[in-house]
Design a protein around this ligand. Structure first.
Ligand code: SIN
Length: 546
């Protein structure tokens, strides 16, 4: 079965949805998402969107904060472009119906946007535009509402992309014998409800599949975050960059029954303090900015406290603030913690760091274009140059919105000027010789093993020996997966395992390559930043397999 469209979008977070709404006036859109449309990382984003609206703030301040957090590896042009474009993108969301919190205590000009601006680590000014502590969910549901009501967009839920189809895929199958610069023609996608593989043929393909937190044992990410876009892009031959820079969020809820629950950095922005089991604040030992230092610093500080004391967690205490304020500002966190028996208005919350955000990804230009023609990547799955070695808090939704706009403008220009056609004769997915899997245990075992050794050996603090161990482990697992993958009919958990394994291998390769400590990458044998040798991105590209 083949489905043709002008645009194929893989992923339904803020990046994919925003892009879909922008290009839908210019062509047909197929939007593929592997579970239900609302199941995305965006949906869990609590903090908000960083943008310059404060009367004391400036674009230069926001640029500076982003560059400082990025520890020497941001692309300044990209940072300026994203920061300057932020307010327009926020206004667009308001026009679509997002109701950000306004500051009711200060008088404002009629029609001015007097936001209640939050503060987070690494920001010198209050600049987090938010909807209480549920910003991502609100933005996502407004975008989904519009996407569902646009005639030109067809939404394919429960459809998981397997692999991209490129011009060279077709060459490999012997359909075309001429050489040609590679371009993307669409993707093979598994319909999870019928177990059929569908060929999606598109003039332009966008990957917006989000992050890869599930590569690690502990993560703030939902189950869908299996690095699908990065893995597919790499297999198809795109360059990927900076995958050693995995951001660990300092404060995820530590509770036996809690899964992936983040305690927003906004809690520290509103005065929350990190304390140890004895009730003593400890961040002043690590950074003059204390609890509002950049995330890499705070996560390493907690890791060091836990290793020193042997405790299971540290604590985040905001109980000194007015209980009514806490309940109004953090209704979601308050309810969720209460559900686990923790009343955050009266007692500290047990927290630990967990994998949160991938700063690296598919390398793109300032329009979200990868180095395969007609293939774009935006959002967490891309590496645009904005985050460098460490992302500034609440810059991720901002980046997704700005790049959705830039990429949509460019994709429409491409569509109009280059007169693309859908590629004829795309080969159907080849299942010849495969049978139903008889060893599902192999999938869950390998999945579990990867997540554990990535946490233990490629986590917040790394060493040469631990990375070498991780490399050996991942090579063995990759061999097993390769053997298994082509013998059995493709299934969603096998696709995700293959993607997790690929991303884990790429993270390990990048981490071994970078022989210094910078931003989120900390190696005890190379414990300082080395600008002479390493002030550059780590780039990887799969050798062409003809
Ligand atoms: C948070 O609310 O702490 C997460 C926001 C972000 O990752 O930028």
């Amino acid at each position: 079965m083949e489905i043709q469209s002008d645009f194929l979008i893989i992923g339904s977070g803020v990046a994919g949805l925003s892009f879909a709404l922008k290009v839908a006036s210019f062509g047909s859109v197929a939007l593929v998402t592997k579970k239900k449309v609302m199941e995305s990382n965006t949906n869990l984003a609590q903090g908000g969107i960083a943008s310059v609206f404060g009367s004391m703030d400036s674009f230069d301040f926001h640029v500076d904060d982003t560059l400082i957090a990025g520890d020497g590896l941001c692309n300044r042009d990209v940072v300026e472009m994203v920061v300057n474009d932020g307010p327009d993108r926020i206004r667009e969301l308001i026009e679509l119906g997002v109701k950000f919190n306004l500051n009711r205590n200060e008088p404002s000009e009629p029609n001015s946007l007097n936001f209640d601006l939050g503060l987070e680590g690494g920001h010198q000014q209050n600049r987090i535009v938010h909807v209480k502590d549920m910003t991502g969910k609100e933005v996502e549901s407004v975008l989904v509402h519009h996407v569902r009501n646009r005639e030109n967009i067809i939404l394919f839920e429960d459809h998981i992309a397997i692999d991209l189809i490129t011009f060279s895929t077709r060459m490999k199958r012997g359909l075309i014998t001429t050489t040609h610069e590679d371009h993307c023609c669409g993707a093979y996608v598994l319909d999870r409800t019928t177990n059929q593989v569908i060929t999606f043929s598109a003039k332009i393909t966008l990957i917006a599949t989000g992050g890869a937190g599930k590569v690690y044992l502990y993560t703030s990410n939902p189950d869908i975050a299996t690095g699908d876009g990065i893995a597919m892009g790499y297999r198809a031959g795109t360059t990927v960059a900076n995958l050693e820079f995995v951001q660990f969020h300092p404060t995820c809820l530590y509770h036996q029954e809690a899964k992936n629950f983040l305690i927003s950095e906004a809690v520290r922005g509103e005065g929350g303090v990190l304390i140890d089991a004895a009730g003593s604040p400890f961040m002043e030992k690590y950074d003059p900015l204390k609890d509002l230092a950049c995330r890499d610093v705070v996560a390493r500080a907690i890791d060091s406290e836990l290793k020193k004391t042997g405790a299971d967690s540290v604590f985040l205490d905001i109980s000194h603030k007015d209980p009514e304020f806490i309940q109004q500002r953090f209704p979601n966190l308050y309810e969720k913690c209460l559900g686990f028996g923790i009343d955050m208005t009266r007692e500290p919350i047990p927290v630990v760091p967990a994998a949160h955000y991938m700063c690296g990804g598919i390398a793109t230009d300032m329009f979200g274009r990868s180095d395969i023609q007609r293939l774009y990547a935006i959002g967490e799955t891309a590496c645009t140059g904005l985050h460098g070695a460490n992302r500034l808090a609440s810059n991720s939704l901002l980046e997704a919105l700005v790049y959705a706009n830039k990429a949509a403008e460019q994709a429409v220009r491409d569509l109009n000027s280059l007169n693309f056609t859908n590629s004829p004769d795309l080969p159907p997915w080849d299942e010849v010789g495969t049978t139903d899997s008889d060893e599902v245990i192999m999938v869950s075992h390998n999945w579990d093993e990867i997540r554990r050794f990535m946490w233990n050996y490629v986590g917040i603090v790394r060493s040469v020996k631990r990375l070498a161990r991780a490399k050996r482990r991942i090579e063995n697992i990759q061999n097993e997966i390769r053997e298994y993958y082509w013998n059995f009919k493709v299934a969603a958990d096998l696709i995700e395992l293959r993607n997790i394994a690929t991303v884990a291998e790429l993270i390990v390769q990048c981490a071994i390559h970078r022989q210094e400590s910078r931003g989120l990458h900390h190696n005890i044998e190379y414990s300082s930043r080395d600008d002479q040798r390493w002030n550059k991105d780590t780039l990887l590209r799969r050798p062409f397999v003809g």
